[in-house]
Design a protein around this ligand. Structure first.
Ligand code: SF4
Ligand code: SF4
Length: 720
């Protein structure tokens, strides 16, 4: 997909019986899907499961050979709806997305699917984007599983367990006629390891062996009275069948330990953190041997009451390690023990935090508190306290020494990003029109909410920028601006935002950032890209879609043209023309452009061909040191350096060598009438005779104007 190649990963997917697979967790999942005989695969990209989608897209030939249908879906709702294939037919399928955002979008289809129930194994690979590396609101997928009665598996982050869990998920789904979610945290997706591969399985039904007749059963339709029967069936038939399967196949694991008057009940996904924390406190070794018994819940919903009570018999206290809030599992453990009439003390969120990622530091601190409080037989409490102290002291000392000096480093626009100029233009337009309420959206453009722009008053969801402006727009004295990326446009912005605005005759301004890809998720293709994930040509057009729903005022502009963009924005904000006004800011994602250009440049250089590289620079003598250019641009290449003039103290602006020559610096200086310190320079590599001759002439001319007669080679064209 996009400009990256996944040849190595595809080779791993082709491994058969007797071969050892070595790689990342998310790739192991991909291989497990192929070993499970799926008929169809789909999903919507997003960290931490984008890699699964990208590799599947590139492995299309392999999938076609097996007869597996793959599609990159337009949204998570489309992906979830794909699972409808397994409602009436005994065919297996899997879809994937980033949760909880994707699960929010998919929840309508998921709730209906869970009500109907499934015949064929239906698995949803959930990329649980929770914790310090996450990019979304902090919630858990657990609630979705409980509300719709979808089983939730949370495998130990170790490749054989992950693979077995995926394979068993299909069997569990079929045994209980219920869809199954397999939850993978960011760390589980990126954990590396190995497992013994099996041969890929061609599905029973596919294009190669089609289903002969369609099947109809009103009992599967989500309409009364079927729905009443479906709800009863969920509770009376499907749930007991799932519990039976989980117990019989021992999906949850018990690890015995010598200090058996206490124990740890942990989500499978937290197992590695628990083991590491135990090892740090001297209660486990590096080979998986623990002194404290552990019940690892590779299935976190449904909770298996019998297993919980069996684990707790004879224990004075157990620690529940459950990441995130609310404490669903801890509550369920308390209920299970109460029902079993066991008085084992349940410790959890009282020694571990209710919210936030359970990093090693968090788990080790909570575990030490639990050990100190429960005083297990035979454990040397003093040595546990000393181990914790030794572990925490260096960090505490470092924090004291730094005195809070390390600044936060939030993400930002890439060097030369085509979306940054639009916000520069917006700043300039607002100087004349006045401050405007801006309804933001999800995508790279959300970085506009950070300095130096600080633009974007709300973010309500992917593709929801325009829809989220409809309540506030009538309350404001001037028109509001909404932002949407081309990813958000196709995901749902066209219907939830644009059609809605036309339907309600909203008088509003929308900017669509057309960078050509779903850039923030890893540059996957969109309906308005040239090709789809399989490389098939597309002709989706944002302009035609806008015209199709009745938008009359549409302007398409080059995103780097700051002056023109500012003028157009002013016009859109002040024109007497009512209705929705859409500006399409057209500029290819610079990161993706550079990925394409750089290998081509390397090849040309190796072949001795002439290559011209453009970049911008700043004349130290002209820069006044007020840094207005930095406040209007924010490009990471635009920085400061000490003023070479001994009579001036303010640092001068400086363009570092990462500049890709996008031109924004020149455009901003021109549009905002800044000091004329910027200049464009060209570096010619592998110059030809003409370049050398021109260079000599230029050097001579420049030297005539130099007081000391020496040419300043930092400007204009450099020949190397
Ligand atoms: S990935 Fe592309 S669109 Fe996103 S910030 Fe970087 S250059 Fe801009
Ligand atoms: S021209 Fe300016 S904005 Fe563009 S990459 Fe170079 S320093 Fe950054």
């Amino acid at each position: 997909m996009a400009e990256r190649s996944f040849t190595k990963e595809i080779a791993l997917l082709e491994l058969g019986e007797g071969n050892t697979f070595r790689g990342e967790g998310i790739l192991a999942v991909t291989k497990a899907l192929l070993q499970s005989g799926v008929s169809y695969l789909g999903g919507y990209q997003g960290a931490p499961v984008s890699h699964l989608m990208d590799v599947m897209a590139d492995a299309n030939e392999l999938l076609e050979d097996l007869g597996i249908h793959f599609q990159a879906c337009a949204s998570e709702a489309s992906a979830a709806a794909m699972l409808g294939a397994s409602v009436n037919y005994p065919i297996r399928g899997a879809v994937t997305w980033k949760s909880t955002v994707g699960t929010n979008v998919a929840s309508d289809a998921l709730a209906n699917l869970a009500s109907s129930g499934v015949k064929g194994g239906s698995v949803i690979i959930i990329g649980e984007d929770y914790g310090e590396g996450a990019s979304i609101m902090q919630e858990r997928s657990h609630a979705f599983a409980m509300k719709s009665q979808i089983w939730l598996l949370d495998p130990r982050p170790n490749l054989p367990t992950i693979v077995e869990t995926v394979e068993k998920a299909f069997e569990l789904s079929e045994a209980s006629n219920t869809p199954v979610m397999v939850e993978l945290r960011i760390r589980a997706c990126h954990v590396t390891g190995e497992f013994e591969a099996k041969a890929n399985q061609a599905p029973t039904y596919s294009r190669k062996n089609p289903i002969s007749e369609p099947s109809f059963d009103f009992g599967n339709i989500v309409l009364p009275p079927s729905t009443y029967a479906q709800e009863k069936q969920k509770i009376e038939v499907r749930m007991p069948a799932a519990i039976e399967f989980v117990k019989k196949h021992k999906l949850n694991e018990v690890f015995d330990g010598g200090y058996d008057d206490i124990g740890i009940i942990a989500q499978g996904g937290m197992y590695n953190a628990v083991m590491r924390a135990l090892a740090e406190l001297g209660l486990a070794d590096a080979f998986g041997n623990t002194e404290v018994p552990i019940y690892a819940m590779n299935v976190t919903y449904p909770i298996i009451d019998d297993e919980i009570s069996a684990f707790c018999v004879g224990k004075r206290a157990v620690l529940v390690v459950e990441e995130g809030q609310p404490d669903y599992i801890e509550q369920a453990v308390n209920v299970a023990l109460r029902k079993a009439d066991l008085n084992t003390q349940v410790v959890g969120k009282d020694v571990l935090p209710m919210a936030g990622e359970y990093t090693l530091e968090v788990v080790v601190t909570g575990l030490a508190k639990f050990i100190e409080g429960s005083v297990p037989r035979g454990v040397d409490i003093e040595s546990v306290s000393q181990a914790l102290h030794a572990l925490m002291t260096p960090k505490k000392m470092a924090a004291e020494l730094l005195g809070g000096l390390v600044p936060a480093r939030p993400p930002g626009f890439c060097v030369g990003c085509p979306e940054r100029p639009v916000f520069s233009a917006m700043k300039l337009a607002q100087r004349e029109v006045g401050d405007v309420h801006i309804s933001s959206d999800i995508g790279c453009h959300t970085f506009s909410t950070l300095p130096p722009f600080n633009m974007g008053n709300t973010v309500l969801g992917y593709g929801l920028g325009l829809a989220s402006s409809t309540g506030i727009a009538p309350q404001m004295g001037r028109r509001v601006i909404s932002i949407m990326g081309d990813g958000g446009f196709w995901h749902n912005g066209l219907s939830s935002g644009i059609s809605n605005a036309i339907f309600n005759k909203d008088d509003s301004v929308l900017i669509v950032m057309k960078n050509g890809y779903s850039a923030a998720t890893g540059h996957q293709h969109l309906p308005s890209s040239d090709v789809n994930a399989k490389g098939e040509l597309l002709d989706g057009s944002i302009e035609e879609a806008l015209a199709g729903v009745g938008v009359k005022w549409v302007r398409k502009l080059r995103s780097y043209g700051v002056a023109k963009m500012a003028e157009t924005l002013k016009d859109a904000l002040t024109t007497d023309e009512k209705g929705l006004k859409v500006i399409i800011a057209d500029g290819e994602c610079m990161l993706e452009q550079q990925r394409r250009i750089k290998p081509m440049t390397r090849k040309k250089l190796a072949a001795g061909e002439r290559v011209v590289r453009t970049r911008f620079a700043i004349d130290d003598d002209v820069c006044t040191g007020d840094h207005a250019c930095i406040r209007l641009s924010g490009c990471p290449s635009l920085t400061i350096k000490p003023n070479p003039n001994p009579l001036k103290s303010d640092p001068v602006a400086h363009v570092d060598n990462n500049c890709v020559g996008c031109g924004l610096c020149g455009e901003v200086a021109h549009a905002a009438i800044l000091c004329p310190s910027f200049f464009r320079t060209e570096t010619v590599q592998n110059p030809k005779a003409w370049d050398r001759a021109m260079h000599t002439v230029r050097q001579r001319v420049i030297s005539w104007f130099q007081i000391d007669g020496a040419a300043d080679t930092s400007r204009g064209v450099t020949v190397t």
